[in-house]
Write a new protein. Structure first.
Length: 168
């Protein structure tokens, strides 16, 4: 039986960094995305990301309604067969509610839902660029299978082993 590929959970900050091609994020994210496309790793995210990633960086100042053509760029990246979308079900939602109520310095409820999703599906590495809300929580949670949840910046070369922790 073949070994299961390494799994990484991306919050919306990671997806936005990839979609917007942010200079400081582009290289590691494109590398990991390419590995997922080739089946070398798995990328997971919550269906919440579909809501959170609702516009490109270039559209931030544009008046609504936004041009629907730009939405295709987002969907072409996020809605791929190799991206595993986790539904926000009752169990994940109630767990996220507890996480946001019980975790000091966790302000964004959607971030709690991303954490709850990773914990439920035993994705032991959560990639984010959210220093104020998530990176400081590295090692604070355990997945359902007992693994420690690593919350780190993406590192395209090595994933978890050399991921940049919250202290950086």
């Amino acid at each position: 039986m073949a070994a299961r590929p390494d799994q990484f959970y991306w919050d919306s900050c990671a997806w936005l960094g990839l979609i917007n091609g942010d200079d400081d994020k582009k290289e590691p994210l494109e590398h990991l995305y390419g590995k997922a496309r080739r089946g070398e790793i798995e990328l997971w995210t919550s269906t919440i990301a579909i809501v959170e990633i609702n516009r490109l960086g270039t559209e931030m100042q544009d008046p609504k309604p936004l041009d629907k053509a730009w939405l295709r760029i987002i969907d072409d990246v996020l809605l791929q067969r190799f991206v595993k979308l986790v539904p926000l079900d009752f169990d994940i939602a109630t767990r996220a509610r507890c996480i946001v109520r019980e975790t000091p310095n966790l302000q964004k409820k959607w971030d709690a839902a991303h954490i709850a999703s990773a914990l439920r599906w035993n994705i032991a590495t959560l990639h984010t660029y959210d220093k104020s809300d998530l990176l400081h929580l590295d090692g604070h949670f355990r997945c359902d299978d007992g693994q420690e949840l690593r919350i780190v910046r993406p590192d395209g070369d090595a994933g978890l082993l050399f991921g940049k922790a919250a202290e950086e």
